[in-house]
Design a protein around this ligand. Structure first.
Ligand code: SF4
Length: 319
């Protein structure tokens, strides 16, 4: 959960998660719908699917015991080299390094690395440095301290060098280069923006929702049907076209309902929400993995992405 997400955001999710899935077996046996529902709002949904798959593999390949060696951990879905090092050192006391974004930043500054930290030679060098710094004992405590130093003191912008315990050893600080290191390609570039149109499609009390394909971004989550708008297209035109092409349905009485702005890690969207009535012809399964009609009060049972949740909140306010 902590990959790309701050501790304060994660804590309530973590507590609720452990109440629902207190053991690896219970997670492995849960449905993907229940897993995604518990993750709803936390973002980067691939992590939830990986955790679910990893639990299944722990049951099948490791007899229900999470392996303690970094190498074996690294064979599980969603566990890269750094996460494997973190689990092995913190949970099992192994002498393994960690190299997450925070640690990379500290090492780049401590050793005044002039290259972008994600190039293959820089990554090799950073792993070497992270391994060399490890103490003989309590590697897990050391790794946690390093990650905390990055999260609380050696910040991406305006690092608080005045209260840094390694200020004497920091080459970036000695060169007054801490604000320029690490060198990040594309830093400060605005995120690309897309206009999306989605339809709140009504038939009586029911609304039409569809489920994203597992291999898509936000895979497995539910959403209101729609797509990215094509040049010159209106939101209503986009929804009518998309619904005809992917669900085989025709719509009537399309009119604007609301606009939602949302930022993902690599792009921003403006979601134009169109309210409309179902005319007929539903439903095929093209471009999505499932669809169904559901009453507004039932939507809380399904896992939606954050932008769609804003639409649901507004729909509830109107009832
Ligand atoms: Fe980071 Fe400043 Fe500490 Fe260097 S002295 S590691 S730049 S906080």
């Amino acid at each position: 959960m902590l990959q790309q997400t701050r501790v304060g955001t994660v804590i309530p999710y973590y507590s609720a998660w452990l109440r629902s899935f207190p053991t690896v077996r219970e997670l492995a046996e849960a449905s993907i719908d229940d897993v995604l529902k518990m993750w709803e709002g936390l973002g980067y949904y691939r992590r939830a699917r990986h955790l679910h798959q990893a639990a299944k593999q722990v049951m099948e390949r490791f007899g229900g015991e999470v392996p303690s060696a970094a190498e074996a951990l690294g064979t599980l879905p969603g566990i890269g080299e750094s996460t494997a090092g973190a689990i092995a050192s913190i949970a099992f006391g192994a002498r393994e390094p960690v190299l997450d974004g925070n640690v990379k930043r500290i090492l780049c500054r401590l050793y005044l690395l002039g290259e972008g930290p994600d190039s293959p030679p820089a990554t090799r060098e950073l792993w070497r440095l992270a391994g060399r710094l490890l103490p003989d004992r309590e590697a897990g405590v050391f790794n946690q301290a390093l990650m905390d130093l990055g999260a609380m003191v050696c910040l991406p912008r305006n690092p608080e060098c005045g209260r840094c315990p390694v200020i004497q050893d920091c080459l970036a600080r000695q060169s007054n280069a801490q604000d320029r290191i690490p060198v990040m390609a594309g830093r400060g570039k605005p995120l690309p923006h897309h206009d999306i149109a989605v339809g709140v499609i009504r038939e009586g009390n029911r609304l039409l929702i569809e489920r994203r394909r597992d291999d898509a971004m936000l895979g497995g989550l539910w959403e209101f049907p729609g797509s990215r708008m094509e040049p010159g297209e209106t939101p209503a035109g986009c929804v009518a076209r998309e619904v005809r092409e992917t669900l085989g349905a025709e719509l009537r009485e399309l009119h604007p309902f609301m606009t939602v702005k949302h930022a993902y890690s690599h792009f921003r969207i403006t979601m134009h929400v169109v309210e409309c009535r179902y005319l007929g012809g539903c439903c095929e399964k093209t471009g999505h993995s499932d669809w169904r009609w559901a009453e507004l009060g039932e939507l809380d049972r399904f896992a939606f992405d954050t932008a769609s949740r804003k639409v649901i909140r507004k729909l509830k306010e109107g009832t």
